[in-house]
Design a protein around this ligand. Structure first.
Ligand SMILES: Nc1ncnc2c1ncn2[C@@H]1O[C@H](COP(=O)(O)OP(=O)(O)OP(=O)(O)O)[C@@H](O)[C@H]1O
Ligand SMILES: Nc1ccn([C@@H]2O[C@H](COP(=O)(O)O)[C@@H](O)[C@H]2O)c(=O)n1
Length: 222
């Protein structure tokens, strides 16, 4: 059986996780959130009292990074060792530390190998994988390659609607800072050759999922 791999990249708050998860559910595919792995490593680094800006110490912490993630879009959990970190990796302190960890080349190589292993071993007939470098580095040969974008204004207002405990301006500053830092490492703002852009600025959630499903269907027909 040929496995369908769908690669989705985009900036923070563009809808990668929610849209990819919904598309995977509709197709009966597995779903892999690669940002969760970078977040889990940032959580592990902080939990080990390592400074995320000290690359050699971050690299050393990979040896004790016992990471597991589910790929069921209906209920996936993230674990580091025996600790369930599904919710704690979304805390602002982890979001603030994750870019420093993600810029270390050894970290990227380690996690890329992990993602490829998960993609290869999925038991479903397809998998939707989302992140920043999936279309270009992790799975450049994917069946469908999508850049999911939305204007900065739309992304900020969607994200601040989610985070009721934080002010809209704090959310906006954190999101801009993370995108700026991340885009120094990976270009997820421009579509690479063969990558289809889906701009959700003027689409509602269901319309965005439908647009992504259209791209997948068209790619499968090729
Ligand atoms: N087209 C859309 N219209 C309205 N809301 C949307 C749309 N797409 C996504 N959303 C909402 O925007 C919010 C952010 O989406 P999501 O968390 O999936 O983004 P993300 O790209 O994975 O972000 P991050 O990279 O920061 O994890 C969610 O509340 C989601 O439901
Ligand atoms: N392929 C990826 C995915 C994520 N990152 C880094 O992880 C951070 C968190 O990702 P979210 O999708 O959960 O927002 C992100 O800010 C990047 O630093 C990455 O480098 N490559």
């Amino acid at each position: 059986m040929t496995k369908t791999v769908v690669a989705v990249d985009g900036p923070a708050g563009s809808g990668k996780s929610s849209v990819s998860k919904a598309a995977a559910k509709r197709l009966g595919f597995a779903y892999l959130d690669t940002g969760a792995a970078y977040r889990a490593l940032a959580w592990h680094v902080l939990d080990s009292s390592v400074n995320p800006d000290e690359a050699p110490a971050v690299i050393a912490s990979l040896a004790s990074f016992d990471y597991a993630i589910g790929t069921d879009p209906d209920g996936y959990g993230v674990r580091v060792g025996k600790t369930d970190v599904t919710n704690s990796i979304r805390e602002p302190r982890v979001s603030a530390a994750v870019s420093a960890v993600a810029r270390v080349p050894e970290v990227r190589a380690h996690l890329t190998a992990l993602f490829r292993d998960i993609i290869q071993h999925t038991e479903k007939r397809g998998i939707v994988v989302e992140g920043r470098d999936i279309t270009t580095v992790v799975a450049p040969d994917a069946t469908a390659r999508i850049l999911l974008t939305a204007s900065e204004e739309a992304r900020m207002s969607r994200r601040s609607a989610e985070l009721a405990t934080e002010s809209a301006s704090d959310v906006a500053i954190a999101l801009q800072k993370r995108d700026r830092a991340d885009s120094r490492v990976v270009d997820f703002m421009t579509a690479a050759d063969g990558v289809v852009t889906v701009d959700s600025t003027n689409l509602n959630f269901d319309e965005t999922v439908d647009a992504v499903l259209d791209v997948i269907r068209t790619s499968q027909e090729k």
